[in-house]
Design a protein around this ligand. Sequence first.
Ligand code: DAV
Length: 368
Amino acid sequence: MTEPSTLTQAPATAAATVAAVNSYDEFTRLREVIIGTAVGAALPSPEDPSAWLNLYPDLRRDELAGAPSGPVDARVVEETEEDLAGLCAALELADVVVRRPAPADHSVAFDGPGWRSHGMYSYCPRDLTLVLGDTLIETPSPTRARWHENRSLHALFAEYHHGGGRWLSAPEPQLADDLYGVDASGLPFLAESEPAFEAANVLRVGRDLLYQVSGSGNEAGLRWLRSTVEHLGSFHIEPLRGVYAGTHIDSTIALLRPGLVLLNPARLDASTAPALFAGWDVVWCPAPPADPATGPFTLSSPWLSMNLLMIDTDLAVVDADHPSLLRVLERRGITVIPIRLRHARTLGGGFHCVSLDVRRDGGLEDYR
Ligand code: DAV
């Protein structure tokens, strides 16, 4: 018999120190992340009011003619997979555990109550699941095409749950026609008939959460989230209203480290920046470069290039095609890993969108 105590003690120690799910912020040391895939991606018909609202919020109905629908171009999928493989390799080199969604064919049609759609993609795991501390919260997307999307993550979520993470879901939305309005200028908006929001409307800063009210998140969704997080810890939610009517928050604000934030000068100024950042240092994002390769039906604005992923408070994955941003971050002491994501705008997701951080080192801190 040799050293039995060592053999029996080692696993017990590991189990006691590693929580399956622990992520309270956007910048402390990243340990485990889910990275999306473009395989199986399809675009919903722009005739669908929810697709119009969440894919093309800046276009009027008559400007939607010719918008793509159905399986995404094979070249776009292939090149995106190449770029995502580069991202995964860079993360693994930085000692981050990388997980991927299960394969799914999103072009298969399904019925909701009074409507029919097919799916969209598994490209942006950030969008529909909010990780809050040890809890995974599946959020009620207003986009019909995304109704079943999280199924490609459920095997992973079941594993995290088995490992001690908590797992809950918002009430299943009905997504009836009355959730979708058109304003006086002919642009779509999200109504208030039921709670609807996406996790990517939220940023986590320890105890503080920012929730952007927009076409992908309504006031009813904010109320549901408020009433739910009360049970999860002492969180405080600051709403952002009138900042960006489109969709997610992460092309407007990027958290860099405690006390330092990157803000979009086209959408915020010193007087409209969230109160949370009152004592913080602000980096105003340089204007993104024009991307001549993208057509009129991209799923996001040029500001998607500020959608970066922090691996640690001094290490970031950033859009290689935005050199002025790389320089600004380096001047602030952040080491940048420049990576290209050639079809980020076409598919509507940069590095923050395509990642879902499941484990980081930080806790329920007060960063004010
Ligand atoms: O600025 O177009 C993009 C959000 C991507 N998830 C924008 C928002």
